[in-house]
Design a protein around this ligand. Structure first.
Ligand code: SME
Length: 159
């Protein structure tokens, strides 16, 4: 049984504990879907104020929804479309304080107000993106971005 109880006082500690728990979850497991599923569940349990947390995989140059927690989401996203597609096309983190002000934002859940998308890259190639949505405007700070980049560095080795 996995029973992670992460309750840190500050965000750097929270993400240090989250990354450490994720490393434990994926250790020795080569199946990418299994690892994405467990990490999506870990994020969902650990980070407050999310309405969607999960992955879109790079399947032949198109993003296809992967393991996630939250409401059913749009299945395929072209590179360049929406926040996820922008991250995929540029390989740059997209931290969007107000999704309604982001040109081309794809609304999978009307409750979403802000979004953080981190590309997961190995040997220069996009493997997937981590996508977090929140119903709170400007939910994601630089500390969230740094923590999720550290998490994706771990995942890049096991997806
Ligand atoms: N909002 C994303 C689409 C994916 S959902 O948030 C799960 C986007 O604009 O790419």
């Amino acid at each position: 049984m996995y029973d992670f109880k992460i309750a840190a006082a500050d965000k750097p500690t929270l993400y240090r504990d989250l990354v450490s728990a994720a490393e434990g979850l994926v250790a020795g497991e080569p199946d990418a879907v299994a690892n994405m599923a467990n990490v999506a569940a870990l994020i969902w349990e650990t980070l407050p104020d999310l309405n969607w947390a999960g992955f879109y995989r790079n399947v032949g140059g198109e993003l296809v929804v992967g393991p996630f927690q939250g409401r059913p989401a749009c299945i395929r996203i072209a590179f360049g479309d929406g926040v996820c597609g922008a991250a995929a096309a540029t390989l740059q983190v997209q931290r969007v304080e107000d999704v309604h002000a982001f040109p081309g934002h794809i609304a999978c859940d009307a409750a979403s107000a802000s979004e953080l998308v981190v590309p997961i890259v190995r040997d220069g190639e996009l493997i997937a993106v981590l996508d977090l949505d929140s119903p709170i405007t400007a939910r994601f700070t630089e500390e969230d971005e740094a923590g999720c980049v550290a998490l994706c560095d771990v995942l890049a080795k096991v997806l």
